[in-house]
Design a protein around this ligand. Sequence first.
Ligand code: SF4
Ligand code: SF4
Length: 273
Amino acid sequence: MAGENRGTPLERSPLPPAAKARLRGFWWLHRVWESFREATAELSAALGVPLCVEGCGLCCTSNVPAGFGIEVERAASWLLEQTPALRQQILDRIESWLTRPVLDLEHPMDPGQSIRRPLMGKQPAARLSPVEGLTVLRGRCPLLGDDLRCTIYEVRPLGCRAWGITNQPARWCKRPAGLGEDESHRAVFGGMGTARLRAEIRGMVEAVKGHPKLETTYLFPTALYARFREHRLVDLLPRIPAARLTGGKNVHLPRLFDEALEEPVHLPAEVSS
Ligand code: SF4
Ligand code: SF4
């Protein structure tokens, strides 16, 4: 019958639209991660320096990242695959950060300081995608372990992956200057790899369009915490500084997510077919 077999198996499946959007978003996010890895390797080879210094951790001790809701969902799904003890440890770390008094050095970055994603960095301001310029909060990220390693490294947000290739001045990033770079001029992605990356990020945003919980950007640790302990977050609200809820952005807290995520979400092969 005409039209009966249209679309991918995912689109034809009886899953609710939000679940389909989540799966599509995960699939695109994995592509973005892979392209990011390849483009980073290309740039590193061209510059002749590594794009991060092993054991530095400066970006994680001085910034709290923001991320798309779909990135939070992916991290939540990953966290469900970890042991209950590790999950609890990570959520407890976030909780103690949420309820600590704000330090002087901790404040939302002003727009001029926001991360300029290298992916979109050379476009005129009017054409910037929402991927550009996610604000972050100064201060130590609660997802950083005592050993200066990211506790969610595998699913860390795009902003964290991009730090070594942003135009951050050297005082905010300790990676060495490479070929043609100096203190105030840093190379960003370029070439075909970047074009692919941009297209894939747009694809990811498009894949979750119309699902505000997936396309909105959140302060990452807060949103991840809310994904598991929303009721507790409501109880804690009077003790949480406003900046740690929103990172300076107007997001819908504490009702972040409508449906509970109780099992990890695994990507079926047919998502891409
Ligand atoms: S999420 Fe991980 S990589 Fe990103 S700032 Fe926090 S500790 Fe660092
Ligand atoms: S500040 Fe730069 S060099 Fe240091 S960990 Fe972050 S990205 Fe790597």
